[in-house]
Design a binder for this molecule. Structure first.
Ligand SMILES: [Zn+2]
Ligand SMILES: [Zn+2]
Length: 375
């Protein structure tokens, strides 16, 4: 069935990555916490980069939307991307301040909003990305800050899906499946006085799921943008030592472009193929299986757990990384670009993290709403 979607597929909106949330389990600031970080962030404007909702990201490939985890802030996050960025379109970068060619603009340019919009192409409102229906959710593990918004997806506007009975596909591990099963029956609206079901919606009507195994490759889809351009997406779950069978995801996006006669050489192969590897590594300690480390190596984009500032082991939080772990991991695995996310109030504020990573050309600090094109 043809999808009726209003999303613009204007230039620059075909394949993009968006950080919807970049905070650790409680977000930043934490309600009621009066530590220096929370105190300072709570008194700053909502648009400041210290405000962090729970970690979540969105990969946008043509008309397909893939969520990476689905925490309890999902509704606000999707609305923020749709609404706040539309209102502040001058701040909305179609391109990253960081390029995948390995060149990064100076940090002073990226920490200042006026300077950031200077020289970076910003999207016209009609071309701004507006996520609507979610097609896939890749779940890293069954912790509340990563799955607490799943049921909320039932409250997004899904006319196409309801008409076609198309469901949102979850990819989850065996352990997460047990958590998911506990949701069954939770969407029934038993509001009739006699307790009978009023609407026929249960989690099974909204989701289908695939239990994934580490290090196996799962093909999600091939998306044809037009006659000459298509993308395909494959994912490999990779083990992490965070919770029982928690995983990170290595995501491979292949772009196929038919150059036609443009090359001018009739004998040349006119099909151009390029590939990007994105690794979404949250949550994870620095220790990880060797196989995982192998897959992470030389990725195009590495996104890392950076819950703490320093001495994560000494503090007894050995299931996450700190800033030193992240620096080590970037040096060892050599990604073209890396970002830290899942940042807690036990870490530094945004500007101080920027200063800390200042001399590393391929390590940046994510913030809620950061979005960039992948090709
Ligand atoms: Zn987490
Ligand atoms: Zn705090």
């Amino acid at each position: 069935m043809a999808k009726i979607r209003e999303r613009s597929l204007g230039l620059g909106s075909q394949c993009a990555f968006t950080f919807l949330g970049t905070g650790a389990g409680e977000g930043v600031p934490i309600v009621g916490c009066d530590c220096d970080i929370c105190y300072s962030v709570e008194r700053s404007s909502f648009t400041e980069r210290g405000w962090r909702t729970r970690s979540c990201a969105l990969l946008d490939v043509g008309c397909k939307s893939i969520l990476l985890d689905c925490g309890p802030d999902i509704r606000t996050q999707l609305l923020n991307v749709r609404t706040i960025r539309r209102l502040h379109s001058s701040l909305y970068s179609k391109t990253s301040p960081y390029s995948f060619s390995g060149q990064r603009e100076s940090f002073s340019d990226t920490s200042n909003q006026e300077k950031e919009s200077n020289g970076i192409e910003t999207g016209a409102i009609s071309e701004i990305f507006l996520p609507d229906e979610i097609d896939y959710v890749l779940l890293t593990h069954w912790n509340f800050d990563h799955v607490g918004g799943l049921i909320e997806l039932n409250h997004t506007w899904r006319p196409d899906r309801l008409a076609s009975k198309e469901k949102i596909e979850l990819l989850l591990t065996e352990h997460a499946q047990q958590g998911y099963r506990s949701l069954e029956g939770s969407l029934f609206r038993t509001s009739a006085p006699d307790g009978t079901k009023r609407a026929s919606e249960d989690v099974e009507d909204v989701f289908i799921y695939t239990v994934v195994e580490p290090y196996k490759c799962y093909k999600l889809f091939t998306e044809h943008i037009d006659e000459r351009l298509a993308y395909s997406v494959e994912v490999i779950p990779i083990e992490t030592y965070h919770t029982p069978d928690s995983v990170a995801f290595a995501i491979y996006i292949t772009r196929y472009e038919d150059l036609g006669d443009e090359t001018g050489d009739k004998n040349s192969n006119s099909l151009k193929e390029s590939r990007k590897e994105i690794v979404y590594l949250t949550d994870s300690p620095y220790e990880m299986p060797e196989k995982t480390r192998e897959i992470i190596k030389d990725s195009d984009l590495l996104i890392m757990d950076c819950t703490f500032y320093k001495n994560v082991e000494e503090k007894g939080f050995k299931y996450h990384m700190d800033t030193e772990d992240c620096i080590r991991l970037v040096r060892e695995t050599n990604p073209k670009m890396a970002y830290v996310t899942h940042i807690s109030h036990r870490n530094l504020e945004y500007d101080d993290l920027i200063d800390l990573f200042g001399d590393m050309r391929n390590l940046g600090v994510a913030y809620d709403g950061l979005r960039f094109e992948l090709f």
